[in-house]
Design a protein around this ligand. Structure first.
Ligand code: NPW
Ligand code: ADP
Ligand code: K
Length: 487
């Protein structure tokens, strides 16, 4: 499991540790880990060209000490001071003692940046506010041939949220210290970080609010049939989806549900004939959720059209977990959080940012926010929705964020933008509903579903970089179950 902590928590842990260590020891640990990664990336350190971009704080100090370590191994290192007079004095002295060059001239700095084998971005770290300042912007726009290694965080990315309020410097690798920062895991910030490596500097940190699952965590959560299992004990998931206008959504939600680990899928809705023809293993019931047999969780809304309102009301009146998606979310937004007030079982909402805007408008009574603004602030958006509706929220998009009303947040590390294809959200809804029916709590069901769905998106493409279809994503799910369990 990857853990991320906000800046305030990191600072508190740092202060507690620094009080017990000799001055500068923590920075030395950070710089040593950073230099080791740079050396690995360079392969041959001796004779390589390294440019260190140095801002006004300790982030620049880390970069300077790492630059000094590389210079001692024969690299030709130039430090470019973006805030001359404020650069970390100890780091600067160490670099000079190792025969590194120092310049404050932008022209020299840019020329060096462009031809370096490796650039260390020590402009700003967790002390940063806003995007890059004007003096640093040309580096983000300049051509370069070498790798850029961000120190702790790509400069210009907000550590706590992943927001990029202006220009940021894109890295190939980020070496972060002590813990992941939320901004390294959540887009748009995450897309600037490249591959992220964590250096342990000995901080004692509290339980994180924000985590990202890895293969082993998902494998441990997957529902597996025991020797005595039968289909009912494995869970029955009810799918109320599809309409005369959108029968395909029903098929895709059922396709996802069939591969999610529940023992059976029960379908209600207008596309029953198509569903049974395509998936004869589906149980079909006439009428809505209220009249259907017993299920352990409901999925309501994909392609539901006009029928979504009634199906939503009936599912919400049940005492089992309910996943609300698509047209179900539009109906829920019309009513607002009061629709969930009487529920005794958990509710899981799976909006994309457009649906999130409608849900927030339903909660606040205001005009819907622009979906793009919500995407730029996806952590805050998911948390706000979870708090307003007292429900678990899976906010879809470039980084899927799952927020529990209790405050826990999971960030999904898998996926590909090829998943932005019609119907792939329906597959995700069916899959997550199936995991709910199999007994996973909503935070786990949602994050395991997002994880598998993201992997399946890549698997379905065959090779990276090819389009996928929603049905192919569902069909790739058994392969990714196996891959996760075998890891
Ligand atoms: N905490 C830990 O556990 C450890 C931390 N360590 C390291 O220390 C780093 C944090 O160092 P830090 O506190 O000195 O802050 P840092 O990010 O260097 O910024 C400093 C100054 O930059 C300025 N500035 C602000 N915004 C800006 C912008 N957009 N663009 C340009 N400049 C901007 C602003 O100063 P101003 O110019 O406004 O006076 C601000 O005060 C951390 O990321 C890690 O690398 C490790 O060594 C060991 C363990
Ligand atoms: N840019 C992106 N990068 C990665 N995944 C994306 C991106 N955009 C959308 N997705 C994923 O694709 C799926 C689309 O779901 P949704 O918007 O509900 O589509 P539909 O309603 O057509 O099924 C979600 O799982 C979402 O997280
Ligand atoms: K940085």
């Amino acid at each position: 499991m990857r853990h991320a902590h906000p800046v305030e928590t990191v600072r508190a842990a740092e202060a507690e540790l620094m009080a017990r260590l000799p001055e500068g020891a923590l920075m030395q640990r950070a710089a040593a880990g950073l230099a080791a990664t740079c050396a690995r990336l360079l392969g041959r350190v001796y004779g390589s060209r390294v440019t260190v971009l140095v801002g006004s704080g300790d982030n620049g100090g880390d970069a300077l000490y790492a630059g000094a370590a590389l210079a001692r191994r024969g690299a030709r290192v130039t430090a470019v001071l973006l805030a001359p007079g404020k650069a970390h004095a100890g780091g600067l002295a160490a670099l000079r003692a190792a025969r590194g060059r120092v310049t404050a001239e932008q022209e020299v700095g840019l020329a060096d940046f462009s031809c370096a084998d490796l650039v260390l971005d020590g402009i700003v770290g967790i002390g940063g506010r806003g995007g890059l300042r004007p003096g640093a912007v040309p580096y983000a726009e300049a051509r370069r041939r070498g790798v850029v290694v961000a120190v702790d965080l790509p400069s210009g990315v907000d550590a706590d949220t992943g927001e990029v309020p202006g220009v940021a410097l894109r890295a190939d690798v980020t070496v972060c210290f002590g813990t992941y920062k939320p901004g390294l895991l959540i887009d748009p910030g995450a897309s600037y970080a490249g591959a992220v490596q964590l250096v342990d500097i000995g901080l004692t940190l509290p339980q994180p609010e924000l985590t990202a699952l890895q293969h082993a965590d998902v494998a441990a959560l997957l529902p597996l049939p025991g020797a005595e299992s039968d289909k009912y004990r494995r869970g029955v998931v009810g799918v109320a989806a599809g309409s005369a206008t959108y029968p395909g959504a029903a098929l895709l939600a059922v396709a996802g549900a069939l591969r999610g680990g529940a023992g059976a899928v029960r379908y209600v809705g207008a596309a029953a004939e198509e569903v049974v023809r395509r998936f004869p293993e589906t149980l079909v019931t006439e009428g809505g959720p209220a009249g259907a047999g017993r299920v352990q969780a409901w999925v309501v809304g994909p392609g539901g059209g006009e029928g979504a309102r009634q199906a939503l009301a009936e599912a919400l009146a049940s005492d089992v977990p309910v996943l609300v998606d698509a047209d179900g979310l539009t109906e829920l937004g019309r009513i607002g959080p009061s629709a969930l007030a009487g529920r005794t079982a958990p509710t899981l909402l799976t909006p994309h940012t457009g649906e999130a805007a409608r849900l927030l408008a339903g909660a606040d009574g205001g005009a819907p926010a622009a979906a793009d603004d919500l995407a730029a602030r996806r952590l805050a958006t998911a948390r706000r929705l979870a708090a307003a509706y007292r429900a678990t929220v899976l906010l879809k998009g470039s980084t899927t964020v799952i927020a529990d009303p209790g405050g826990a947040v999971r960030v999904n590390p898998t996926g590909t933008s090829w998943l932005a294809t019609a119907g792939s959200g329906d597959v995700l809804a069916g899959l997550a509903g199936s995991l709910l029916a199999a007994g996973l709590p909503p935070l786990d069901a949602a994050s395991v579903a997002a994880y598998l769905h993201g992997l399946a998106g890549r698997e379905a493409a065959g090779a990276p970089g090819a389009p996928v279809t929603a049905l192919a994503v569902a069909e790739a799910l058994p392969a990714v179950w196996r891959a996760v369990r075998q890891a």
